[in-house]
Ligand binder design. Structure first.
Ligand code: HEC
Ligand SMILES: [Cu+2]
Length: 314
């Protein structure tokens, strides 16, 4: 961690953080350029036309086209540059690379829980590899929280009932702070977490040392068996789940939805909410049997189910 003469900013742990800082600096500089001439002119006129001063107050309309064009066009271009730069950053922040490593995050009063693809679980600390895109799929078990990584310059609300996403690629190994940035009750201020960025080899070692019996997908498979999902799915009374992920689903009310993470989650937690066309509303509600972490495992399992041989109704 570098020492700075003047620590105005938190450390920069990613290239994205560097870009965000340039945006802030550039925008501030532009605002100074806009504001300083206005205030200089303001004080000049206040001085020149103060009461009692014998100044020429004969105001004839004049115009100077080149000057007017300059003060319209230059700020316009400047604003456009800032807009394009920030639009680009926004776009980057909303589009995780397809090969990003996915970590599941569950927030609750007042802690952060993390699940790795290999099944490793952590509370209030998350280990990630450096120089690798990491995508966080986040949900809350109670109220709205917000996960904020100052060193990465990213922050996102974590909502109950719906997944939200953050992604980043940390460049330097180190330990960075994370905060809950949404007031969420008595111990909100203590809802802190640590982001530990490890060099890829160290991360592999960490995974090994914290290895689990089963990765997230097989943990999901176990739940699938435990909760008897297969007693209906796999028979004619329930839709097949193989290859369902990212497909369009026809609903009983005639509409269509994309079977994304949120849809899979909702289908398990509140199956009557969106009924699949052609099936009876017999699926039990699992919202009081499964917590969000278990649902994340089930969703990971359902996503991994390969599209089986096109099944005719047996
Ligand atoms: C009693 C039978 C039954 C059980 C048990 C059951 N389901 Fe279902 N499931 C259904 C039926 C019927 C539908 C279609 C109607 C609907 O959407 O509710 C369905 C729909 C779904 C869908 C949406 C499918 C689609 O094509 O869009 C998912 C996902 C799902 N179930 C997952 C599960 C999981 C995971 C479990 C176990 C935790 C489970 N189900 C247990 C009967 C069941
Ligand atoms: Cu919180």
């Amino acid at each position: 961690m570098k020492e700075h003469l003047l620590r105005l900013w938190p450390e920069q742990a990613s290239d994205y953080a560097v870009s965000v800082d340039w945006l802030v600096i550039g925008f501030t500089a532009m605002m100074v350029l806009f504001v300083v001439p206005v205030f200089v002119a303001l004080w000049l006129f206040i001085w020149r036309y103060r009461r009692g001063r014998k100044a020429d107050r004969d105001h004839r309309a004049q115009s100077n086209l080149p000057i007017e064009l300059t003060w319209i066009i230059l700020p316009f271009i400047g604003s456009l540059v800032v807009f394009l730069f920030s639009a680009r950053l926004f776009f980057i922040a909303r589009t995780p690379p397809a090969d990003a490593m996915e970590i599941q995050v569950t927030a609750r009063q007042w802690m952060w829980k993390f699940q790795h693809p290999g099944g490793q679980r952590e509370i209030n600390t998350v280990h990630v590899p450096a120089r690798r895109a990491v995508k966080l799929t986040m949900i809350s078990e109670d109220v709205i929280h917000s996960l904020f990584f100052p060193a990465l310059r990213i922050k996102q609300d974590v909502l109950p009932g719906r997944y939200s996403m953050l992604w980043f690629q940390a460049e330097h190994s180190g330990t960075y702070e994370a905060y809950c940035a949404q007031y969420c009750g008595t111990d909100h201020a203590a809802m802190l977490a640590r982001l530990v960025v490890l060099d890829p080899a160290d991360y592999e070692r960490w995974l090994q040392a914290n290895g689990t019996q089963a990765d997230l997908i097989s943990q999901g498979e176990t739940l699938y068996r435990q909760f008897g999902c297969g007693s209906c799915h796999g028979t004619a009374s329930a839709p097949p789940l193989e290859g369902l992920y990212n497909q369009q689903v026809k609903l009983a009310d005639g509409s269509q939805v994309l079977a994304d993470d949120d849809y899979l989650r909702e289908s398990i937690m509140l199956p009557q909410q969106k009924l699949v066309a052609g099936y009876a509303p017999i699926m039990p509600t699992y919202s009081n049997l499964l917590d969000e972490e278990a649902v994340q495992r089930l969703v990971a399992y359902l996503r991994a189910l390969p599209a089986g041989p096109a099944k005719e109704n047996p």
